[in-house]
Design a protein around this ligand. Sequence first.
Ligand code: GMT
Length: 380
Amino acid sequence: MRIGITCQSSTGGSGILATELGMALGKRGHEVHFVTTETPVRLTRFQENVYNHSVDMITYPLFRLPPYSLALASRISEVAEEFNIQVWHAHYAIPNAVAAQLGRDMLPKEKRFSLVTTLHGTDITLVGSHPSFYRATRYGMESSDAVTSVSNWLSEETEREFHLTRPVRTIYNFVDSERFKPRPANRAALAKDDEKIVMHISNFRPVKRVTDVVRAFRKMLEQVNARLIMLGDGPERIGAMGVARQLGITERITCLGNVENVEALLPAADLIFQPSEHESFGLVPLEAMACEVPVLVTASGGITEVVEQGVTGYLCEVGDIDAMARCGVEILSNPDRAREMGRHGREHAIRRFSPELIVSEYEALYEGLLTSREHQPDRS
Ligand code: GMT
């Protein structure tokens, strides 16, 4: 098949998933064309069958904000026409689904692709449900030939919030367990020999509740000797470090900023700690599980479909710092239990969230759309 993909190119789970999907489809022999603002973070190396087209933008003083979505729609339309794209896959509803629909409308009828939109979470829960985007988000979904979401929780939230005329189908995210696996990591570069490593990875947005990471870590320190490694960057980092200063634990925290090869650092962690307000899926905990690292998360959103309570890690109530600290200490001070959780985590990741399984689900979805199109050639 010839497939187009649009996604966010900044660091973030939706762009990562879309990129991994595109690369996996390319390996299966499909021709994949990305259209994005910048090269997506995990698409920096050449791979056969995978192409990246960036969106050209002019800046003109008349525009206070450049109309990026229109440039995106134009580029999607051009690429779709030039490469005879059959299926366009928009990841993250705003603006990608709407731009793809507009790009499709610009094409002659016989060149129009089938449109799949995958919802990743904040495109529904925070951005899409905001009054300024609600109608556009709903329109993007209703115009798509299929809408998928990354967890049952998000599918239900979407149906409840947007009253769509067709059901949203859940297709879980996946992890490459060859890339994310236990491997000898350079622990010495991250922590002292006698320190346990607690790791947090995110885009440091408010939904990630990074100050809860710092507060709960402070309590863990009462019982274990540990270091907190923070990967990623974003608006909440400065505030979180301010809290760390007030609590007098800055020397126990290392901020590494954005790191491209997360798979090289993750296996060094003794615990991954993500106390988010909600996660629609939780790609970081899944990658940690594939590396045999136990996870500590909040029981909020689709992450409850990924992490098994007491088996692959612990789920605590949002904001319950004491419970998080207790669960963290339990994992950090019981190496046998931690190893067992890690093993279960990897098994679970491979059994339920492998690329073989999930990429095949997307492939079947695309094929189904193309087949039904053959039977209704004048549909668009
Ligand atoms: O976290 C965000 O702000 C947006 C988005 C992203 O691009 O990273 O994250 C969402 O998509 C990921 C991939 O499907 C999910 O693993 C994350 O759980 C989800 N984030 C939230 O729901 C907060």
